[in-house]
Design a protein around this ligand. Structure first.
Ligand SMILES: [Zn+2]
Length: 282
């Protein structure tokens, strides 16, 4: 059993076929996934999509690419969603994390000071609401660590998603107490640095994800869109790198995801594994 801890089921490549995508995931042993809303409006769509679909949880935040587009009212709306108000009140809101949030100096779609302001607003929200944070950091990992240090209550509650750096950068992030999550990048031919990072990650702070519809892992790299079922390939490759059995690594990362995101124990009720109760969904 595996959990895809980061995907975007609301994106155009996946949303029209989401029930088939989730069924294929289940067949591949991927029984749960976290769909990440990257704007307040996308987060509302993610909540609607998750409603009535077993095993789908939601992260709600503002991706740094969108930092320049959000107003204070949008941020207030995001806080309301996390507090179970607005659209979240209409659904059996399974919001489990703030994010993805952070800084992206590679694309620079928003000015750095704007990115930082929106990032800090989300860190305050995570602190207040008591939820973990999914971090998006690109060419900005060290600055993100500096900012996170201002929020001591979030120590051990931030995961650097889609880690794409090398072992030095991973060590820096791990020394600061954060978690690391790996995508299909760990399977790429040019992914030696990422694999080295995956080898040194402590067993209790490592997770796997797809970032679907992006980043299909090898040997499916040419198949698009990527979907949650594919996370098994990433897990298999990292397990090999770590000298671990595949099943054992799946168990480890699943237990980590349950602990990090505070997911319910799987057999306990309405969010249990199983075919989706489609029809209820909005
Ligand atoms: Zn993402």
């Amino acid at each position: 059993m595996l959990i895809d801890t980061h995907c975007h089921l609301t994106y155009d490549e996946l949303r029209p076929q989401v029930d088939a995508v989730l069924e294929r995931a289940r067949q591949a042993g991927v029984t749960r996934c976290i769909t990440v809303g990257t704007t307040p409006a996308d987060a509302a769509r993610a909540l609607a999509l998750a409603a009535g679909r077993a095993g789908v949880f939601v992260a709600a935040g503002v991706h740094p690419h969108h930092a320049a587009e959000v107003s204070d009212a949008d941020l207030a709306y995001l806080s309301d969603l996390h507090a179970g108000k607005r659209e979240a009140a209409d659904f059996d809101a399974p919001i489990v994390a703030v994010g993805e949030a952070g800084l992206d100096f590679h694309y620079d779609f928003a000015p750095p000071d704007v990115q930082e302001r929106v990032f800090r607003a989300q860190l305050r929200l995570a602190s207040e609401i008591g939820r973990p944070v999914i971090i998006h950091a690109r060419q900005a990992e060290r600055r993100v660590c500096e900012i996170l240090a201002d929020y001591r209550e979030l120590r051990g509650r931030a995961v650097f998603h889609c880690f794409s750096g090398d072992s030095d950068l991973a060590a820096h992030i791990l020394d600061a107490g954060h978690w690391i999550s790996f995508t299909g990048v760990a399977t790429f031919r040019n992914g030696d640095g990422v694999r080295a990072a995956a080898r040194l990650c402590p067993a209790d702070r490592i997770m796997v994800e797809t970032d679907a519809p992006f980043l299909s892992p090898e040997p499916l790299r040419k198949i698009r869109p990527c979907e949650p079922a594919f996370v098994a390939h990433t897990a298999r490759r990292i397990a090999e790198e770590r000298g671990s059995g595949f099943e054992e690594f799946c168990e480890l990362t699943t237990a980590n995801a349950v602990r990090f995101f505070g997911l319910p124990i799987e057999t306990s009720g309405r969010r249990a594994v199983g075919p989706s109760d489609s029809g209820i969904s909005a």
